[in-house]
Design a binder for this molecule. Structure first.
Ligand code: PA5
Length: 424
């Protein structure tokens, strides 16, 4: 199971322990459905629902796509794409030769990015998975219109066979279109917000096409939900949620999520949405930021070590690496690196991570470590459940509704008005 190491944070607690009683209350509020936004807690049941629901059809569809196409275009934005991208980048950072290439579009409006992606797809056969709960989100809707035209040109009357729509089970523009065109559909559950949807078809279909064992992801998530229901300060979820809330209350308003795995980058993006959209409201919230070590130590390191002392740092570390690689011996030793010769890169990385942690703690940055046993399907699932539970509990500890996002509507109103959408 995931472990949380708070030894780099304790000296900052100012003599008080994190409030585990408040974490216990928030946990109870979450699972009993007595808190704000309780209609959006379907993610707590997603693994078991998927097993008895769409999982077999997701796997079957992924096999069909893999057998006939070289590329899958996933069209979606925010919660409708970040989870899949995080999983695929973490678990399949370099696709195998025969893997279907997964491209993510509809998460912006750049024509350059669109045309670069089209060049990469070239004449390859491809399928499209459009993901939008509302069906009205501008970026994916525009992208999907473009791809519908491209599919028609390529496959004519059979274009619809290459479209898979993941959307609301009965409402919305995308669902209506899918019904009238006869496309195969998957469901974004009513009671699951976008940022909590990675373990539904939203995340699972692209993951399965990319070659990730989604059955293992789901069974591991189901197990993690049971394990992390523990009502005790031994629960790593309580430890993390209570520690970050405690640090926030004593002045640490920004949380940096860091990892030493480059493939972690999109987990950072997913995590920022999860916590940012859940907690940043009613004038409160911890600002979530992410960094990639060791690369960012050479760009952000100065600020972290020495800038304003309002940062806390959460480092996600993975247990044993799948690969090893020893630094070679060099007779001339012109680079002076023979003191590392024969040592494994992973082992060196662990020493560097410890050194960074000690420096940051000394520099005034409280440090929390989240240890995940392996960078594999099981580890990914555990990590998702860990952060989702921590986010719900932490949100209730700070008194907000962790499941709504009223603030994201403001820019949309202006945007549609300025673009001349009828009726705005
Ligand atoms: O979490 C959220 O609600 C958002 O990030 C949405 O997922 C995002 O705006 C996409 O919305 P939709 O799936 O309706 O296109």
């Amino acid at each position: 199971m995931i472990k949380v190491d708070l030894s780099g944070a304790k000296s900052f607690f100012k003599g008080e322990n994190p409030d585990y009683e408040a974490a216990a209350r928030a946990h109870e509020t979450l699972v009993s459905g007595t808190g704000k936004g309780s209609d959006f807690r379907g993610w707590l049941e997603l693994p078991s629902r998927m097993i008895s629901g769409e999982l077999p059809r997701i796997i079957e569809t992924a096999e069909k796509i893999k057998s006939r196409s070289n590329a899958l275009v996933v069209i979606g934005i925010g919660g409708s794409y970040l989870g899949a991208r995080a999983a695929i980048n973490l678990l399949k950072p370099v696709p195998d030769e025969n893997d279907v290439k997964v491209f993510f579009l509809g998460n912006g409006l750049s024509p350059d990015y669109l045309c670069d992606t089209l060049k990469q797809i070239g004449d390859d056969d491809f399928d499209v998975n459009v993901i939008s709960k509302s069906g009205t989100t501008l970026e994916p809707a525009v992208s999907f219109r473009i791809f519908r035209e491209l599919l028609k040109k390529k496959y004519g009357d059979r274009a619809g066979e290459h479209i898979f729509a993941t959307t609301d089970k009965e409402r919305g523009a995308l669902k209506s279109l899918a019904n009238s065109e006869g496309w195969e559909t998957f469901v974004v559950p009513d009671d699951v917000g976008g940022r909590y949807s990675v373990l539904s078809a939203v995340g699972l279909l692209p993951m399965a096409v990319a070659g990730i064992d989604v059955s293992k992801v789901i069974s591991s998530a189901e197990k993690a939900l049971k394990n992390m229901d523990l009502r005790s300060p031994e629960n790593p979820v309580w430890q993390y949620a209570a520690a970050r809330q405690h640090l926030y209350r004593i002045g640490y308003g920004t949380e940096l999520l860091a990892s030493f795995e480059p493939s972690f980058r999109f987990v950072g993006e997913w995590w920022k949405q999860l916590f940012g959209e859940s907690e940043g409201k009613d004038g409160v919230g911890i600002f979530p930021a992410s960094v990639e070590y060791t690369a960012d130590l050479h760009s952000m390191g100065q600020f972290i070590q020495d800038g304003p002392r309002n940062l806390m740092e959460t480092v996600v570390r993975f247990g044993s690496e799948a690969e090893t690689y020893a630094v070679p011996f060099d007779e001339g030793n012109a680079d002076g690196l023979n003191y590392l010769a024969g040592r494994d890169l992973g082992e060196i990385g662990k020493v560097v991570a410890d050194a960074v942690r000690a420096a940051h703690v000394e520099g005034g940055v409280p440090n929390m470590v989240v240890e995940i046993p392996r960078r594999n399907e099981e580890g990914f699932a555990e990590m998702v459940i860990f952060f989702e539970l921590a986010c719900g509990i932490s949100g209730y500890m700070s008194g907000v509704n962790p499941f709504n996002q009223p603030g994201v509507e403001a820019y949309k109103k202006n945007m549609f008005k300025m673009l001349g959408k009828p009726g705005t």
